[in-house]
Design a protein around this ligand. Structure first.
Ligand code: NAD
Length: 980
């Protein structure tokens, strides 16, 4: 028999024994007891996944529901009429009491009380049952350095207090010793993401610097207390950095000989094999073993959702069998290497555990060389049986307040009720031995999806780069270096397919370091602008006559060039516009999306609409307008210019690109992209110039048919006025598409989840320094949450590093230019006079190097103050207090703008109300209000924010065309040919 077969046979034997022992220990009325268990009952009879999802969402909002009336309102909204699922439902007050009891019982089942004391009594009881424990202090999401300090303090005092408590407990040899010696009685588990507020895979150095001092302090305290420390694993995006920090710190002289640290390996990630190999390598170099906890992984739903959301490859195994098979493979390696990695096999799956015991037996490992771990509330039966057989079983015991514990609780509820979870299978009675012990046979892996980029394939969003992956970081760093080598170059105009000199030039400097000249770009005078219009007019007949598919193919080729140059183009944005890595990368991805999306839209709209009757054929189809001018802003330097130009050109127009002055270098690179993509000469010209001069000249030009403008309100209105005037000899009405400014608000309802709302508001307000038309500049907070919100917001803002855009550590960079700083300073002065400045960031010595300002948060802002009414375009956030949702909506609507808006709430009725009442073009619920995605959230405002149809949406392209009706009477002397 091969070793594999022997292990399999032993697994089956041991598995049957374990299941038999579990079954034997069950009381006679086990099935009836299970039925009384609300989780089991709801899962079996509760009307499917939708019902359970409703229950979990209700549990999530539960702590915010202080009155019975509130509780019942949310219960009905999320779960339904209580009498349908609660046998005891009666009057509302009675039902509310029963629901509170039920939620409390779920909480008690998975969380060992609110305090360390309560958790220690649970641990003591567990020890009495022959079980070891690891303590986990549940905490809120750590959003500020203050909160990270608090988490560190919690662990230090936990270690101190608990070590004294456990010292007095009686010795338990199975638990306190292993073949290699003493096993610390006190064992804690912690999350590195809670030790630094800005834990980010994109910034390994900054994150290490943030986490390391706090982790060292905890490890020191653990060592002094004779305790063991486990580092938990969370989302995939934090995994590499968690391994890296763990390995770096435990390699330091002070900790190198310490064996009582533990790290976690998640086998639902196919990468676990490489991670395990790297860990083994490291531990060999280190020379002292560490512990390893092998788990399957608790964030499966999150990982799949997040990957689908970003159009990234799903990082987890998609079949449970593959995860289980990897778990067994990892178990085997870890057990073989037990001298280096002391194994803890964690989970509730009897098959996986039986397999581990079988491997241990085959390898001849002594009892106690392998530890088994389960979660509090999920593995009672299994724990007992394993402990009886002399194994060391450790129970993961979380404790803490209900609110911070919610994320944990919901993960456990999901785990318990998930269709594929072993825990749920264990609810069967009698237990189906064969099914429970079946060997995991993963399906054949499916190869990566071939991404078809032909016109006939459906549109797909370009994934943004995942900077938690080293390849992406290296590519970006290399691009920044390469682009720096190209600083100072000159870029010409492009007219009629030829490079042309300008009348003057603009020198573009790096806003993060103004001593650096990024590039020089020729500026058109009226003469060159006039030549460019004529060149476009000359190219129009040939271009407009081409088949729409042919024009669309040009856009797909441009998308390919953008893809090939994506890091380079992003690097130019970092240096010319001071966009952070992620912002710059997203801008390039959006530009690619516009090309791909409008190409397909052009093909769709090329199909004429027909309504024939016998003897008459009728068609309705679109024609281009003529010469179009794209006048665009600097803040999305590539995406907006690409979008307007691509839309105009693919519709059959010829185009002049007139970018905003501060984005001239990036725009010059876009011109190169069009040329590389083979857009014919004369179809797209590049005529950068001053807005008031060249922009205006082009708007007035009699040959211009269409102006695609995005920019400020004042300029947008002026362009409309100018375009409305008929120039001598002009024979058409000019069409103006104008996307303009915003004064966007986020509403924080009284039931909002602050862990979600705070980062959302900060990202919306201070992302790209607030220089987005969609940025949040007013946050309107329900009076119930106002003070807590402001306090946590300020602490979180205070933890945002200010620095140059090229540094992935910096969260806030400089403004675009000196003029923007001056404008900002005027509003800052007004804020100091009229509001209560609760936060003022400090750029420190950087201030002298670039266009840095002090980011501000201002509370008690009057809704009619200029601070709350005018577009500021910088990092200034006004906080306004509101009494209830209606007042908040009224304040939000009380501006001339209507671009984006958002609300954080967990009440379906609030969401419905906001949807109907908020006067904005793009409304977002429970997420940041910036970062619209092409094809998913078509973007554009109402009121004075815009008159165009939304960019990246199904109506956009039509604006660049005019419809024509064609009708042919085919009747000749009473006879008509048959219809085609
Ligand atoms: P801006 O209005 O100053 O300039 C926009 C463009 O207009 C530039 O190319 C500029 O050169 C040109 N221009 C200026 N004066 C002109 C004139 N008299 N005639 C013709 N053209 C003229 O805006 P900006 O500072 O580049 O960009 C920031 C503004 O853009 C903000 O108000 C922001 O809200 C808005 N914006 C809106 C959207 C949207 O989709 N609604 C998107 C991004 C930016």
């Amino acid at each position: 028999m091969s070793a594999h077969d022997a292990i399999e046979a032993a697994t089956q034997r041991l598995g049957s024994e374990l299941i038999g022992a579990i079954e034997a220990a069950r009381p006679a009325d086990h099935a009836a007891r299970l039925e009384r268990d609300p989780l089991v009952h709801w899962t079996r009879h509760g009307g499917g996944a939708g019902f359970l999802a409703g229950c979990f969402r209700f549990v999530d909002v539960f702590p915010a529901l202080s009155t019975d009336a509130h509780l019942m309102e949310y219960l009905r909204a999320y779960v339904g009429e209580p009498r349908d699922f609660l046998p005891v439902a009666g009057a509302d007050g009675q039902t509310a009491r029963r629901v509170r009891e039920l939620v409390a019982s779920l909480q008690q089942r998975f969380i060992a009380g609110p305090s360390l004391d309560s958790a220690l009594s649970v641990c003591e009881r567990l020890r009495g049952q022959g079980l070891a424990f690891t303590l986990d202090a549940l905490g809120e999401a750590v959003l500020s350095e203050r909160e990270a300090d608090a988490y560190q303090d919690t662990y230090r005092s936990l270690l101190q207090t608990a070590s004294q408590a456990v010292a007095g407990w009686p010795e338990a040899p199975t638990l306190d010793s292993a073949p290699w010696g003493r096993v610390p009685r006190l064992n804690v588990s912690l999350k590195l993401t809670s030790l630094y507020s800005r834990f980010d895979g994109m910034d390994p150095l900054g994150t290490f610097a943030g986490v390391a001092p706090r982790l060292r302090a905890i490890l020191r305290a653990a060592r002094a207390a004779g305790a063991s420390v486990n580092v938990d694993m969370e989302q995939r995006e934090h995994k590499d950095l968690t391994f890296e920090i763990f390995q770096r710190i435990l390699f330091e002289e002070e900790f190198r000989d310490w064996p009582d640290a533990s790290i976690t390996l998640q086998t639902y990630l196919p990468e676990n094999r490489a991670d395990l190999a790297a860990l083994l390598d490291w531990v060999r170099r280190r020379g002292t073993p560490v512990n390893i906890r092998v788990v399957k992984g608790a964030y499966w739903d999150y990982e799949v959702l997040r990957a689908r959301y970003r159009n990234w490859p799903v990082p987890v195994h998609q079949s449970k069998a593959a995860t289980d098979a990897d778990f067994e493979a990892a178990t085997r390696i870890v057990l073989e290497q037990h001298a280096l990695l002391r194994p803890a096999i964690a989970g509730h799956n009897v098959r996986s555990i039986a397999h581990a015991i079988a491997v241990a037996e085959t390898l001849g490992l002594p009892q106690g060389a392998v530890e088994y771990q389960t979660l509090y509330g999920l593995g009672d039966e299994l724990n007992r049986v394993l402990a009886e057989r002399g194994h060391r079983v450790r129970v993961y015991v979380p404790f803490g307040d209900f609110v911070p514990g919610l994320a944990y609780l919901v993960r456990r509820l999901l785990e318990a009720t998930s269709r594929s979870a072993f825990v749920r299978e264990m609810w069967a009675s009698p237990l189906p031995v064969v099914g429970l012990l079946a060997k995991p046979e993963p399906p054949e892996p499916v190869g990566p999806r071939a991404s078809a980029r032909t016109l006939d394939a459906p549109f797909e969003n370009e994934p943004v780069s995942d900077f938690a992956r080293p390849e992406a970081r290296q590519a970006m760093a290399a691009a920044l270096d390469a682009v720096r080598q190209k600083f100072g170059r000159s870029y010409p105009l492009w007219i009629g397919g030829r490079a042309a000199e300008g009348a003057s030039e603009i020198v573009r400097r790096n806003p993060s370091l103004t001593a650096e000249v990024v590039g020089r770009v020729a500026l058109a005078s009226r003469r060159e602008a006039g030549q460019a219009v004529r060149a476009a007019a000359r190219a129009f007949p040939e271009w407009s006559a081409r088949a729409p598919r042919e024009r669309a193919e040009c856009l797909l080729r441009a998308a390919e060039v953008l893809r090939r140059r994506r890091f380079e183009l992003a690097a130019w944005e970092v240096f010319e516009e001071a966009k952070s890595w992620r912002e710059a990368d997203a801008d390039v991805a959006e530009a690619i999306d516009y090309c791909e999306y409008y190409a397909r839209e052009a093909v769709r709209l090329a199909e004429p609409w027909r309504r024939d009757v016998p003897g008459e054929s009728n068609e309705y189809f679109y024609e281009p307008l003529g010469v179009a001018v794209a006048i665009t802003p600097w803040n999305f330097p590539l995406a907006i210019l690409t979008g307007v130009t691509a839309a105009a050109a693919v519709a059959g127009n010829t185009v002049l690109m007139k970018p905003a002055e501060p984005s001239s270098v990036v725009a010059a690179h876009l011109m190169e992209v069009w040329r590389e993509a083979g857009v014919p000469p004369g179809v797209i010209q590049f005529v950068p110039g001053r807005g008031e001069e060249i922009g205006e000249y082009l708007v007035r030009h009699r040959e211009v048919a269409l102006i695609g403008f995005t920019g400020s309100l004042a300029v947008g209105l002026r362009i409309q006025r100018l375009a409305a005037r008929l120039a001598p000899g002009q024979r058409h009405v000019k069409r103006v598409i104008a996307e303009m400014g915003g004064k966007n608000a986020i509403l924080i309802a009284g039931d909002a989840d602050l862990d979600q709302a705070l980062p959302g508001v900060l990202a919306s307000a201070f992302g790209y320094q607030g220089q987005k038309c969609s940025a949040c500049s007013r946050v309107i907070v329900d009076a119930r949450l106002h003070d807590t919100f402001v306090e946590r917001l300020v602490a979180a803002a205070d933890s945002l590093p200010i620095g140059p855009a090229w540094d992935p550590h910096a969260a806030i960079g400089p403004l675009i230019n000196a003029e923007a700083c001056e404008r900002f300073a005027r509003y800052a002065a007004l804020a100091a006079e009229t509001g209560r400045v609760v936060f003022r960031g400090d750029p420190g010595p950087r201030r002298a190097e670039g266009h840095y300002v002090e980011p501000l948060i201002v509370a008690d802002v009057a809704p009619d103050s200029p601070l709350a009414q005018e577009e500021i375009f910088g990092p200034l956030l006004s906080v306004i207090r509101a009494d209830g949702l209606e007042e908040a909506i009224a304040i939000a609507n009380d501006t001339q703008y209507g671009l984006t808006g958002g609300i954080y709430t967990r009440h379906p009725e609030h969401i419905r109300r906001a949807r109907a009442a908020c006067r904005v073009g793009n409304l977002y619920v429970n997420r940041p209000i910036t970062g619209a995605v092409v094809g998913r959230q078509p973007f554009g405002g109402m009121r004075l924010s815009g008159i165009g149809s939304k960019a990246g949406g199904p109506d956009y392209l039509r604006q660049f065309m005019q419809p024509k009706t064609f009708c042919e009477n085919s009747v000749r002397r009473g006879f008509a040919p048959p219809s085609p």
